[in-house]
Design a protein around this ligand. Structure first.
Ligand SMILES: N[C@@H](CCC(=O)N[C@@H](CS)C(=O)NCC(=O)O)C(=O)O
Length: 282
């Protein structure tokens, strides 16, 4: 039986459709993804940023096909099939979890100078600091995003509480950003995995404006904390206009339709179920 999740449109549209079509030929490195999925978009952005040859395979992760589960027992996208190291006789090796896939792709491909995490000998602390704020995105900002988007009047928490928690986690992140107000990236003039990790949710914030009364509610830039929110605006504009982010994006209206099931809290996705229970996201 088709559900709100399994009946999602089967293909990307817009820029993402063009990108997927140009990576449809068979290749040993395969990204299994869903066009609507922000975790997939993270991995997809890294593939584009680094110009990594690959095959993109669109699947619906809510249909737990046995071939998909054989690769990823968690049944989630993104799932990456990594080429075997030897003569091609061995089977492809699976990898999953978006942040791990992104770090793998960054380390396995490209020059050190183009790395998306600081890699130099003298940069050990800086790399750890990046991972700390990547962890903050995953354990604080992303869960608060879903709690906000899945808010309905029946919930035991108010929309103001959901908004306050979300903005508080975003603010803590912005206060850690380097550089002056010109930024634009988390590391100032250096684009990194920290930016990649939050990019898909920055792109999806318009859905909260669309569906929730009062919208995201980013504070005014002339208020008490104006500097913080000006810095946020600089980062937000830069990330949402970044070519790799635009190329991995379908048409806006497709997300409006796909995220109705979150806004109405009817989806049975693992992320949504964990959000409802107040547990850790998958
Ligand atoms: N922690 C995982 C989360 C991935 C995830 O939740 N993906 C969703 C699509 S956006 C999925 O595959 N859902 C299938 C399901 O919930 O059954 C990651 O970072 O890769």
């Amino acid at each position: 039986m088709a559900t709100v999740d399994t009946s999602l449109p089967a293909h990307p549209t817009g820029a993402a459709a063009t990108l997927a079509a140009s990576h449809s030929a068979s290749h040993d490195l395969k990204l299994y993804g869903g066009w609507f999925c922000p975790f997939v978009q993270r991995s997809w952005i890294v593939l584009v940023e680094k110009g990594i040859a690959h095959q993109y395979i669109e699947i619906n992760p809510y249909r737990k096909d046995p071939e998909f589960l054989a690769l990823n027992p968690r049944g989630l996208v993104p799932t990456l099939a990594v080429p075997p190291a030897d003569d091609g006789k061995a089977a492809a090796k699976p990898l999953y979890e978006s942040s791990i896939i992104c770090e793998y792709l960054d380390e396995a491909y490209g020059e050190d100078a183009a790395a998306l995490l600081p890699r130099g000998r003298g940069e050990v602390y800086e790399r750890a600091r990046c991972r700390l704020w990547i962890e903050h995105i995953g354990s604080k900002i992303v869960p608060a995003f879903y709690k906000f988007l899945q808010h309905t009047p029946e919930k035991e928490y108010s929309i103001e509480e959901a908004r306050g928690t979300f903005l508080g986690h975003v603010e803590a992140f912005v206060r850690e950003m380097d550089g002056d107000e010109r930024g634009p990236w988390f590391l100032g003039d250096r684009f990194s995995l920290v930016d990649v990790m939050l990019a898909p949710w920055a792109k999806r914030m318009f859905l909260i404006d669309h569906y929730k009364p009062g919208g995201v509610g980013i504070p005014a830039t002339d208020g008490e904390d104006g500097g913080v929110w000006r810095r946020w605006g600089v980062w937000f504009d830069a990330i949402t206009q970044r070519q790799s982010v635009r190329e991995t994006w379908s048409d806006d209206e497709m997300y409006v339709e796909a995220y109705k099931r979150y806004a109405e809290d009817t989806t049975q996705s693992e992320v949504a179920k964990a959000t409802r229970k107040g547990g850790k996201l998958p």
